[in-house]
Design a protein around this ligand. Sequence first.
Ligand code: HAM
Length: 419
Amino acid sequence: MPPSQPIRATRGVRDILPPERAVWQVAEAAAAAIAERFGYQEIETPIIEPAELVERGVGESTDVVTKELYKFQDPGKRWLVLRPEGTAGAVRAYFEGHLNQGPQPARLYLMGPMFRHDRPQAGRYRQLYQFDVEAIGDDSPAYDAEVIEIAWNWFKDLGLNGVNLQLNSIGDAKCRPAYRQALLDYYRPLKDKLDADCQRRLEINPLRLLDCKTDAKYAAEAPKVTDYLCDECRAAFAEVRRLLDAAGIEYRLNPRLVRGLDYYTRTAFEFWHEAIGGAQNALGGGGRYDGLAAELGWPATPAVGFAAGLDRTVAMMHEEGIEIVAKPPADVLVVPDGPDLAVAAAEVGRISRQVRPAMVDFSDRSLKAKMRAADRFGCRWVAIFNADEARRKVVQLREMASGEQREVAWQDLPEALAS
Ligand code: HAM
């Protein structure tokens, strides 16, 4: 029995179809190009990871882990997750693949799908795509500035104008406890005025209170993390700013910027777009995560990186009217006119493909309908032939734009199509 309703995609996911996929290809190609111009090399890591990697890495109290994780037991009863982000996996791969024994830092980038069981809405998907850049193995603030410069250049290369960089330092294990205490002292008397979600944050992760949407007015008056930085963190933050200034990268200091993942130390940043605003709708974000490797049981190793969302970046390309002209699927459409011409048509296709992408219309539609299809695809040429022409091994080669048509022998097609 077939299902009563046709089967559709699950909630919160979507298909990226042509011609939209062409826009994504432009964004992905620009991402790879800019990362490689800085000497970063592409890696792939598995989409499934041990649950513990993400729970420990991203943090047990984060929304990503408590509310949004796709977690399941495989047939071998191991707890796995669909990765919600790429950083924990990249750090795991760095050690398992012995990149820690190569030149440092390892400069890596990764592109692919991440999974978060978020409430679906505009700009929020359950399968989202990230361009992720990581520099693992060196604590110099120069790498913080470098990864920011990569992201900055990527947005610029795509032609986006509405992006701004929000910059903060959230301290490290040495200075964070004092700031945490200051936040607790400030928020505890306000507890009854906070909504349930923020009350929970007060108990488990006070830093995240600064991100409370409904209680933003309290965050505005809250103690600033930058007033609590230790000397080392303060010096590192000054160095990041000096490097960004020298690179001509504008930023807005935002002492209330906290990230949704627990592993950050020192530099934290986000790229916002004026059309989507607000921290929850960043195009991308990242920072330093010097404590993550040790949290995962590997030797303590400093690192910094960022991830940008491809979904939102592409959406902003549309928002800003950046036009990407999708290429036709092929330059040549081979159009046999009559029955029993499939073998000949396939051969004409093969010959054409020596020089041009070519596809064959194997349907039994009328010639008129096939020509209409060629027009809709936007093919530059159509190679038409009937049974008699097939016997003579010639086609009528028509250039669609000019309407010019001439007889061309199959063997001469590569030359005729080369121009
Ligand atoms: P994140 O801020 O959680 O950081 O995600 C980075 C970007 O992924 C966001 O700014 C957003 O554009 C996109 N994104 C996240 N969730 C969704 C969603 N549900 N729908 C659409 N887009 C989404 C990280 O993931 C860190 N691993 C970044 C990093 C790398 N930090 C250091 N290295």
